[in-house]
Design a protein around this ligand. Sequence first.
Ligand SMILES: Cc1cc2nc3c(=O)[nH]c(=O)nc-3n(C[C@H](O)[C@H](O)[C@H](O)COP(=O)(O)OP(=O)(O)OC[C@H]3O[C@@H](n4cnc5c(N)ncnc54)[C@H](O)[C@@H]3O)c2cc1C
Length: 379
Amino acid sequence: MNKYFLSDEQLQVRDAVRRFAAERITPQARHIDESDTFPRALFDELAAQGWLGARVAPEFGGAGCDAVTACLILEEVSRASGSVGNSMNAHLSLVSTLIADHGSDAQKAHYLPALCSGRKLGAFGLTEPSGGSNAGDPKTRAVPDGEHYLITGSKAFITNAAVADVFLVTARSESGVSAFILDRGLPGFDIGPPDRKMGMHGSPTSMLYFDGVRVPRSRMLGAEGRGFKAFARALDLGRVNVAALIVGLAQAAYDAAASYVQQREQFGRPVAAFQGVQFPIADMATGLEAARLLTLNAARMFDAGMPIKLESSMAKHFAAEAALRICDTAIALHGGYGYLGDFAVERIYRDVKCYHMAEGTSQIQRIVIARELLGRYPM
Ligand SMILES: Cc1cc2nc3c(=O)[nH]c(=O)nc-3n(C[C@H](O)[C@H](O)[C@H](O)COP(=O)(O)OP(=O)(O)OC[C@H]3O[C@@H](n4cnc5c(N)ncnc54)[C@H](O)[C@@H]3O)c2cc1C
């Protein structure tokens, strides 16, 4: 029995991704960061392994994995490269899974095989320039026009925008917030230049602009006006997936620090011999373990059909805060070298900082957690 109680199948997938990541992703991670280029060929390789459609049913070209396995895949990929993990997650957990869970038969047949095979890449547009925390109240409008909707507005920070073919975006329609599947290249649909970012280089984010984009009603995902609320459970799982990405980055920072302190000598001994170095290593490992356990437990609860709104926000919130501390400590334990681009911890720190904000800030996660908890005590 392994300590995370993973099944043989889950372990096999985790080990296969770990091997692939070590051979194919880790050697490219620094180049991806420094050149800020999206590694398209690597995504074809991830697709060939079946991991881009991890949660999609085999009949549509997916691997039909459970939520725990998808977390293991994302953790291992992110451990090798934060930006590859980030782009993979937008495609996998926010686009493919939502279409698989909420799409019509025609939408699934049209989009899923292309998304799973990597022929097309996905992007998810929720955040707007006016705000991401209040994502349930978009300013983007979808106005009915016969058998079509005309979409007008904009989205901000959209991961994969520069490289995606399929965009899942939210807009306010007649009776609430609806979601639409948009193909790249529709008249009136423009994509801004890639944002200049602190980290996550190679995982491009851009603005989306909609100027009366004409979308057939058949491209609405789910029921009219229910596009946000109906996706709540899938979005809860999305936070767990992000927690898995964060755990992967924290593991990479921990690995680098634990190795470095045993090689680096000062005062005639490896610095790992000093208690002042051992204690932070112990704290890093404890935070990492707690973050992974919260993440895997939330995924396991999802697989068991249980509600996970509370647990998914706890996992994302705890993992983001713990990982930032872990990466900060990892840099400190490298001394001045931790501040140089030659060492991976510098990149990992810049990448992990993104998850303080992305997929809901720590304040928003606390609001969700408190609401879930206090709601259990009627006033
Ligand atoms: C690298 C990266 C990739 C991203 N990818 C995507 C993507 O693919 N798709 C997508 O839709 N979005 C994406 N985002 C956007 C991200 O989800 C938002 O940035 C995030 O939700 C925060 O929204 P905001 O930036 O508008 O901040 P705001 O909502 O303006 O918040 C500003 C500050 O106010 C705080 N705040 C807001 N409301 C409250 C409140 N009620 N109580 C207490 N504090 C509050 C926030 O915590 C924050 O500190 C990405 C962001 C980044 C950085």
